[in-house]
Ligand binder design. Structure first.
Ligand code: PLP
Length: 429
């Protein structure tokens, strides 16, 4: 596609965008004096307008029915989570029985590692990212400690080569091969939160399995952003949060995936709770735990209905659009953002915006991470004041993620205009 840095071009692209009507289905923040350019859907997705109706329904039914709402609410709460299964499965490319929406993300990662990190005296290492999201680092460190190992020894951390930002898949393959008799688990973020790099999950799963390890992914930055095929790729397990690209409310519920091959395996370790118990006997309050034969077995607690209601509304929009169409627009929009940034960068001598996210579409999602060489926080503060909601990471990385469901080409164009103003209005720090 031949992009142009003009308002007319952006308007034309928006006009022919098949998903253009969805922008109006979201609330845009209004806290600045200027119209907001919201590029942090990778951190907290915007609120779909229909969430209110879905949440109000449950508040009304709670008022009307009290505890009887579990059976008599319009959408009875007892099986409420089942209303989210099919649409979640479609978002991550899974069979419905492989997916459940429950708890929050880090909690789910722990519960899944209880089942799928099964260290033995020889094979006890976890291959993971060096600069993983902090919550994942703490989860991994405490999991290996829980089994009596030291993180320094048991965590095999892969990192980018000296002077590079992106981790090479050939290095992942080599590291797995090198430690093939020691690795119990490969556990990586599907899209790196910092660089926006999309990992080749299918190949990593294959390499992990060839080495005799299990393979799991944290899909916090991938769910709703990448056209995932967890079942086809033969991934063992995964978890994601609902509040980033999936637009399902702050701190909202998480989804998890367990490959069907592991379902019904009675040998797996579990930290179990009553909602994982077979539905027929759950209320007999029996002593013996009998796990449900689907991913629902990993549910510990009964479902937080209000958060589930928000997620249900948001997931319906993904079901309506489909990941394929969404990813098509994502690539066009992020490609436009890349073009605009490079265009501006090429016209200013004292500034160089280096996009550290891979250039290949197959190696990234919506997010671009920009190293602002020659510019400091004052640049970021300026664009923030002008209405751009983006994310700053020290020392000088700006993370921006146009979300294809509600962002448009005009957002990207306006972002470019504000960035140019910032260049002429801020001094080097
Ligand atoms: C956002 C994010 C989390 C957050 O975990 P919560 O348990 O939902 O607070 C964890 N891991 C990664 C990789 C994330 O991007």
């Amino acid at each position: 596609m031949k992009y142009q840095n003009t308002q007319t071009f952006a308007a034309e692209m928006d006009e022919k965008d098949p998903l253009k009507k969805y922008r109006k289905a979201f609330h845009f923040p209004t806290f600045t004096n200027n119209p907001v350019v919201y590029f942090t859907g990778n951190s907290l997705g915007l609120q779909p307008k229909k969430v209110k109706e879905y949440v109000l329904q449950e508040l009304e039914d709670w008022a009307k029915w009290g505890v009887e709402g579990h059976f008599h609410a319009k959408n009875p709460w007892m099986p409420y989570h089942e209303l989210l299964t099919e649409n979640s499965a479609a978002v991550v490319g899974a069979k419905p029985e492989e997916v459940v929406v429950t708890h929050s993300l880090t909690t789910n990662l722990h519960l899944l590692m209880v089942s799928f990190y099964k260290p033995t005296s020889k094979r006890y290492k976890i291959l993971c990212e060096k600069k993983a999201f902090p919550s994942d680092q703490y989860a991994l460190q405490t999991q290996v400690k829980f089994h009596g190992y030291s993180p320094d020894d048991a965590l095999l951390q892969i990192e980018a080569r000296e002077g590079e930002h992106i981790i090479r898949m050939e290095d992942v393959k080599a590291l797995i091969a090198e430690h093939k008799d020691e690795i119990a688990l490969v556990m990586i973020g599907g899209v790196n939160y910092y660089t926006g790099q999309l990992w080749d999950m299918e190949s990593i799963t294959k390499w992990g399995h060839e080495a005799g390890a299990l393979v799991g992914f944290d899909l916090a930055h991938a769910a709703g952003n990448i056209n995932l095929k967890l079942h086809e790729w033969d991934v063992d397990f995964a978890a994601w949060c609902g509040y980033k690209y999936l637009n399902s409310s702050p701190g909202g519920v998480s989804g998890l995936f367990v490959n069907e091959r592991h379902l019904g395996n009675k040998e797996l370790n579990r930290f179990a709770g009553w909602w994982g118990q077979e539905k027929e006997t759950r209320f007999l309050m029996e002593e013996q735990f009998k796990p449900i034969a689907t991913a629902e077995a990993w549910q510990v607690s009964n479902a937080p209905i209000l958060g589930m209601a928000a997620h249900r509304a948001a997931l319906e929009m993904f079901a309506e659009i489909g990941m394929e169409a969404l990813c098509e627009k994502r690539d066009a929009l992020t490609g436009y953002l890349e073009f605009i940034i490079n265009d501006i960068s090429s016209r200013y001598e004292d500034v160089n915006f280096e996009i550290i996210t891979p250039k290949e579409k197959s190696e990234r999602g919506a997010q671009l991470s920009i190293l602002a060489h020659g510019k400091g926080k004052s640049l970021f503060d300026y664009i923030t004041q002008e209405g751009v909601v983006a994310d700053w990471r020290e020392p000088n990385v700006i993370r921006i993620a146009p979300a294809p469901m509600y962002n448009n080409f005009d957002d990207v164009y306006r972002f470019g205009q504000i960035l140019e103003q910032a260049l002429t209005n801020t001094t080097k720090k």
